[in-house]
Design a binder for this molecule. Structure first.
Ligand SMILES: *Cc1c(COP(=O)(O)O)cnc(C)c1O
Length: 429
């Protein structure tokens, strides 16, 4: 008789009163066919579940926790803020300080507006781009996730370019009619589209390193090519750096690849594990926003003191400690080790990595776009995920997600992860 775990009991209860038992779909572990673990706490790179299991965590709350769980300085700043009250609906000093550090770290941002989630950041940036250009049409790329606002929930058809169909029930076709979808890294298709339809486009929105189809880096010239096309056509280039901001370099992917977008969306790390996000750009565009300009955007809890404190402390630590070389070398070693285990066990694979983001595709590759990512073998991933979980390694429960290495992962933790991987393959034979 199988004795159910506390996590399983909680999940059974949850599915009765929360749709799917979770408050964000991928947490349900559906694609790996297991019940999700209910987490009680985290410290550094480790998380603990209701059943007393401990895991080395490579999810990091899906990206925000570049400093690991419960970083002491972040916790201290939260305690200090908490005592003074949690929300005022009036401006606070912290918001100015956070806006200042964002403009210092992210090259293209002169002015920034704080919001509560990445979804809000991208939705608002699109509205701003439409308001600024007076045009409606936008371009996105298949496999890039920009949150769940209506006009961005669109995928590509099988053709090189399609007028998008909604990805979700409840999204009116008329809303995504203004969204064109192209394959990631296919600059030529975008060029042709704009040449044949000049002066129609409000914006191109792109993840400058894609992280929501697994990690897919931009090909040489792709981002600069988009930059040039937008500049010539009078459209805005929006980098959705919700995942890559403060992750792949202090100034995000725009610093790493030296391409300047018009607007940048930030999230995840910017809130240090609390709900905060932002979008920003040059002053002459940002001042189209209310109350200066006519593009409306607002939020009761925007710039919330707790979220601002966690974000500000996180960014200050990143500025002070500059951990990016260290993250790079640790993640490179992890990727190399994974590759060795796969080679020794004859597993077809592709590992894509940019800085401390990496992805494992069970497919010989290459993986340069969503359509290629989809060729990865889901069954191999499902088995791999389950075995790693058994060995105490918590990966994102989907074959199309990034692993995140944080400053709290030590070289020893990387070694333990690789040892767990070797063991999990041995067990299978
Ligand atoms: C996570 C993510 C979002 C959505 O952010 P939420 O805070 O979940 O709304 C948008 N864009 C990218 C690139 C993301 O990774």
């Amino acid at each position: 008789m199988k004795i159910s775990t506390i996590s399983e009991d909680l999940f059974r209860e949850a599915v009765e009163i929360i749709p799917g038992g979770v408050n964000s779909p991928v947490r349900a572990f559906k694609s790996v066919g297991l019940p999700p673990r209910f987490i009680t706490s985290g410290a550094g790179c480790r998380i603990y579940d209701e059943d007393g299991n401990v895991f080395i965590d490579y999810v990091g709350s899906w990206g925000p926790l570049i400093l690991g769980h419960a970083h002491p300085e972040v916790v201290e700043s939260l305690k200090a803020t908490l005592k003074k009250g949690t929300s005022f609906g009036a401006p606070t000093r912290g918001e100015v300080e956070l806006a200042r550090i964002i403009t210092e770290m992210v090259p293209s941002i002169e002015m920034v507006r704080l919001v509560n989630s990445g979804t809000e950041a991208t939705m608002s940036a699109i509205r701003l781009a439409r308001g600024y250009t007076g045009r409606d049409r936008i371009i996105k790329f298949s496999g890039c996730y920009h949150g769940h606002s209506d006009s961005l929930l669109a995928r590509a058809g099988s053709g090189a370019a399609t007028f998008a169909v909604p990805d979700s029930m409840g999204v009116p076709g008329s809303v995504v009619e203004q969204t064109l979808v192209f394959h990631y890294n296919d600059l030529e298709a975008v060029r042709t589209q704009i040449q044949e339809n000049p002066n129609r486009l409000a914006a191109i929105i792109v993840e400058p390193v894609a992280g929501n189809m697994g990690v897919v880096p931009p090909k040489a010239g792709f981002l600069q090519g988009l930059r040039d096309l937008c500049s010539r056509d009078g459209a805005l280039l929006i980098f959705d750096e919700v995942m890559t901001g403060f992750r792949v370099a202090p100034g995000g992917a725009q610093e790493l690849y030296n391409v300047k977008p018009d607007l940048t969306c930030l999230g995840k790390i910017i809130g240090g594990g609390l709900p905060a996000a932002a979008f920003g750009g040059p002053k002459h565009i940002m001042e189209y926003l209310a109350p200066v300009g006519g593009v409306y955007q607002a939020g009761t809890l925007s710039g919330n003191p707790l979220a601002v404190a966690a974000g500000l402390t996180t960014l200050r630590i990143l500025q002070r400690d500059n951990p990016y070389n260290d993250l790079e070398s640790k993640t490179a070693r992890l990727a190399k080790g994974i590759k060795e285990v796969f080679i020794n066990n004859g597993v077809p694979h592709t590992i894509n990595r940019v800085g401390s983001m990496l992805s494992v595709f069970f497919h010989p590759g290459p993986v340069n776009c969503y359509e290629q990512a989809l060729l990865a073998d889901k069954e191999s991933f499902r088995r791999f995920f389950g075995r790693m979980l058994d060995q105490g390694v918590y990966l994102a429960p989907s074959p199309f997600e990034a692993w995140f290495v944080c400053t709290a992962h030590s070289h020893e933790d990387i070694d333990m992860t690789l040892e767990a991987m070797r063991k999990s393959f041995k067990k299978e034979c």
